[in-house]
Structures are given as structure tokens and as C-alpha cells.
Write a protein that binds this ligand. Structure first.
Ligand code: PRP
Length: 212
């Protein structure tokens, strides 16, 4: 039997995903130990798990280096990879938002050619394109909340979960859009080649998700 390989976004999401997989009998003891290792196997069940940066998970899945991946919907939308999105795991629920300094909230509605800083340039562009608003997108890699404060941009487009990062930095949500959560994704050819194993896993996962 061939290994079924999973790419997981390292951090809390990988831990929560492993808890779900364990509930359907797909555990990995090796992964529970404190280690800097990135690849783990369950030889009995022929399962392989690896941890990557969230934004790389769809890449591993599209190219078939992983059969299955678990990553946030934000990353799936931003990466626009060729793969199947098969299941909402209902983990890490949050949403996208346009945010800025409170004093700009009225001006934002009428402003033209606004500057938008974001870790998600595609999502941000798509959002403003749909509204027929011309914007200049500035790609950042993190701590996006800084941008309006230091004058790099008028607003940001970012994930808001608890809202505490915005609050701590004196920013306000102007518009909320796109509910997000973690999704299971599958490589297109793995879906054919490993159809039975993958469908069984999805069915079991669906069952425990409806129970919880
Ligand atoms: C994310 C996001 C926000 C924050 C939102 O950043 O980009 O900054 O979390 O969460 P909250 O609404 O619960 O405060 P992350 O922690 O991934 O760090 P980064 O900005 O350095 O990427």
C-alpha cells in the first residue's frame, strides 16, 4: 500500500487537525513528541504527515507531494491552486476585513485610489475590483496593522479573529467580508488513485464534525 501523505500548516491548526484525525483512527504517535522534525509516519496505517508554512500547503497538494492538505480558506483563495477543496473542518473560524484608523472611516467610503496593505494581495484586489474601486495594493508579509499607523497605507485587508490585534493598535473594522475556516484539500490525481481511502476518510470526518 502506498503512503497517504498529508501536508499540514504548522502550529495550532496542525495540532487541531491531528486531534480530529485521531478521532477517526488516523493517529501518529511520532508527532506527539517534542521535536524539530518536519515529517512523521504511521507505518501500520501507511500515513505520512508533514508540517509546512501555511501558504505552501496548497503548493504541495497541487504538485502531488502531498495527497491531502489542511489549511485556511484565506490561503486557498490567495494561492489559487489547482486542487479540490473537499471539506470545511470548522476550525479557526474568522473572517476578512478592511480596517483602518477610526478618523478615516467616513473618508474611506468616498476616497479614490486608496492604498491597501495586505498579506493577501489577490483577495484584496478581488474585493475592491468587485466594487469597481481602483486601489493600489501593497503586499506585506506580516504585522499588517502597522501600515495605516505609520502612513504606508490608508487601510489594510486582513484576517480578524478575536479583533484584539486591531483593538490593541487603535484600528477599526470598516467592512467585514468572506467568512473563513480551515479546509481539507486534495490533489486532483490522488482523488482518483486513492479514491477509496480518501472518500472513507471524508465520510468519517463528516460524521464526527456533525456530532461535535
Ligand atoms: C493574524 C492576522 C492578524 C491577527 C488577527 O496575524 O494577520 O494580525 O492574526 O487575530 P485577532 O483578530 O485574534 O487579533 P498573525 O498572528 O498570523 O501574525 P502576522 O501578522 O505576523 O502574520
Amino acid at each position: 500500500m502506498k503512503y497517504l501523505t498529508f501536508a499540514l500548516a504548522k502550529g495550532r491548526l496542525a495540532e487541531q487537525t491531528m486531534e480530529l484525525l485521531e478521532k477517526i483512527g488516523m493517529s501518529c504517535e511520532e508527532m506527539k513528541q517534542e521535536t524539530r522534525k518536519l515529517i512523521f509516519t504511521n507505518e501500520d496505517l501507511k500515513l505520512k504527515f508533514f508540517l509546512s508554512k501555511a501558504s505552501d500547503v496548497p503548493t504541495y497538494v497541487e504538485y502531488g507531494a502531498a495527497d491531502v492538505g489542511v489549511v485556511g480558506k484565506d490561503t486557498i483563495l490567495e494561492e489559487e491552486r489547482n486542487l479540490y477543496e473537499i471539506l470545511d473542518l470548522q476550525l479557526g473560524k474568522c473572517h476578512m476585513a478592511v480596517a483602518g484608523l477610526p478618523e478615516n472611516s467616513q473618508r474611506f467610503k468616498t476616497m479614490n485610489n486608496i492604498r491597501v496593505a495586505s498579506k493577501y494581495p489577490r483577495i484584496a484586489k478581488h474585493y475592491f475590483d468587485e466594487q469597481h474601486r481602483t486601489v493600489e495594493i501593497i503586499k506585506l508579509n506580516g504585522s499588517v496593522e502597522l501600515a495605516p499607523i505609520v502612513g504606508l497605507s490608508d487601510v489594510i485587508v486582513d484576517i480578524v479573529e478575536t479583533g484584539s490585534t486591531l483593538k490593541a493598535n487603535g484600528l477599526q473594522v470598516f467592512e467585514k467580508f468572506c467568512p473563513l475556516s480551515a479546509r481539507m484539500i486534495v490533489n486532483r490525481s490522488s482523488m482518483k488513485m486513492e479514491h477509496q481511502r480518501i472518500v472513507e476518510m471524508i465520510d468519517k470526518m463528516r460524521e464526527i464534525l456533525t456530532l461535535s
